[in-house]
Write a protein that binds this ligand. Structure first.
Ligand code: ADP
Length: 213
């Protein structure tokens, strides 16, 4: 299955993309993770995007599209994938449809209030990328990843200024994609304001698949 996970920052795209990609046996392709990894390793790409990502602005379309194109050409993405955080603009979506045909776009719906609460308490594992929340989904041992034992950190763009900017950028640049994909009859709306488990059950129903046992 070739899927897009769409929604505002903090809607749960990354958490659910991780869960669903395991159930479907397809890779999760997160542009945010690609950029963060490049920044961490100090590559040319990382240096180019560091400030933009830190502010919560969007990386230029051309650069982002070429990275995704390269990633989707890898053999593991031939049968399917989950695009998490891409496309984020109409030009990105138009480029994508030139070289890929999609099965569905999962659109996560959630209020601004819930998003802000989630992002202000979010913690990420430095080693494996697992996502936690200080109060809603805490790690068993404070600051330590349950899965791999790696250290947890707060993303620099999860500061309140950057969160506000990311929400504005989402409304201005990304929200128009809802109509874009509705017009193509690909859109599945999913309420992601409750738990990840609740959201996962809705996605399975929406996409009509059962988890592998
Ligand atoms: P979130 O959905 O929580 O905002 P992501 O991890 O998806 O976080 O993205 C983090 C940052 O990476 C974005 O704020 C933006 O700077 C950059 N980014 C990710 N995906 C894209 C994209 N498709 N186009 C442009 N910039 C992107």
């Amino acid at each position: 299955m070739k899927l897009i996970f769409l929604g505002p920052p903090g809607a749960g795209k990354g958490t659910l993309a991780g869960l669903v990609s395991r159930e479907l046996g397809v890779p999760q392709v997160s542009t945010g993770d690609i950029f963060r990894d490049a920044i961490k390793r100090g590559t040319e790409l990382g240096k180019k995007v560091q400030e933009i990502v830190g502010r919560g602005d969007l990386v230029p379309d051309q650069l982002t599209v070429s990275l995704v194109k390269e990633r989707l050409a890898q053999p593991d993405a031939a049968a399917g994938y989950i695009l998490d955080g891409f496309p984020r603009t109409i030009p990105q979506a138009s480029s994508l449809e030139q070289f890929q045909s999609l099965d569905a776009v999962v659109n996560f719906t959630i209020s601004d209030e819930v998003v802000v609460t989630r992002l202000t308490g979010r913690e990420i594992c430095k080693s494996c990328g697992a996502i936690y929340h200080v109060t809603n989904m805490p790690a068993a041992v404070k600051g330590v990843c349950d899965t791999c034992g790696g250290p947890l950190y707060t993303r620099p763009d999860d500061s309140i200024d950057s969160i506000r900017n990311r929400l504005e950028v989402y409304k201005r640049q990304t929200e128009p994609l809802i109509d874009f994909y509705a017009a193509r009859k690909l859109l599945k709306n999913i309420d992601s304001s409750k738990s990840p488990e609740d959201t996962l059950v809705q996605i399975r129903t929406g996409l009509a698949y059962s988890p592998r046992s």
